[in-house]
Design a protein around this ligand. Sequence first.
Ligand code: DAH
Length: 339
Amino acid sequence: MLKKIENLLNEIKSFDSKDLNKIEEFRIKFLAKKGIINNLFSDFKNVPNEQKKLVGQKINELKNLAIEKVNNLKSKISSNNKFAEKIDLTLPGDSIKIGSRHPLSIVRNQIIDIFNRLGFTISEGPEIEDDYHVFSALNFPDEHPARDMQDTFFIEKNPDVLLRTHTSSVQVRTMENQKPPIRTISPGRVFRNEAISARAHCIFHQIEGLYIDKNVSFADLKQTLLYFAKEMFGKNTRIRLRPSYFPFTEPSAEMDISCNLCGGKGCNVCKYTGWVEILGCGMVDPNVLKSNNIDANEFTGFAFGMGIERITMLKYGIKDLRLFFENDIRFLEQFKSAY
Ligand code: DAH
């Protein structure tokens, strides 16, 4: 009997086939109810007692080997079917398309980074605002045209609920929640009821800056903005401040930088003046400090606000504002940056 089992063991070991029918035949031959192995178990009672232990072990070994063989051969076939015929493992892999950040996000992050280095923190406020935070607390007279329906998207009237037209509203919220010294920038979306064109959109992005402390002067403002301009547009960039008017600053100015596209020589972007306007700024009007319970005799401050689209267009030479909102991949994938 042991000899017989030994032969069967060899037969099982050497069996190989890729044909499911042959494997099934093999299984029936050895493992079916009336198969060889069960027959061996039936014959077991005839084995002399002293051999029972060894023979029992051998038959079990035989059985396990046969089961293992059938399973292995079957799984080989099914994995071959799944992959080998369909996939050519020698083909080069598909390259994974990595997305890119939106140019407005890149430039926003860059601006934030520059002001972070000067100690400015980030603060944010709501896009849906009220008249007080967008206008009244910023010293806008009641009849100021910016409050007009033509500029502002109103959600409700009396009391007014509206979409903020500028991020200056976050100045007010910051002053409500913090005592000076305050040094913060506020990036965010703003909304104006404008016809959409290459130069205007009803949604755009701004970054507001606010610095309030003792002895903050116009020279601090100028130096801060000069640093920003050089970091953003290159170290040869020059700035100039032109007197202007904003209700919330006194004195107020608009800042130009030397045109970064022609280096100040004159081109169609700077309309052959060599300068391009990038932001509004000024010293925080004492009325604004007072509305927010900050002692205007003790503290002074400066503020500035810039459009992120404008900066991005200048930085990358983009001529049409609408491109930022169309999400055309051919446009977006041109912007790769660590920011
Ligand atoms: N809020 C102004 C605007 O939307 C921009 C601005 C100008 C912000 C002067 C300021 C500032 O903080 O001081 O056009």
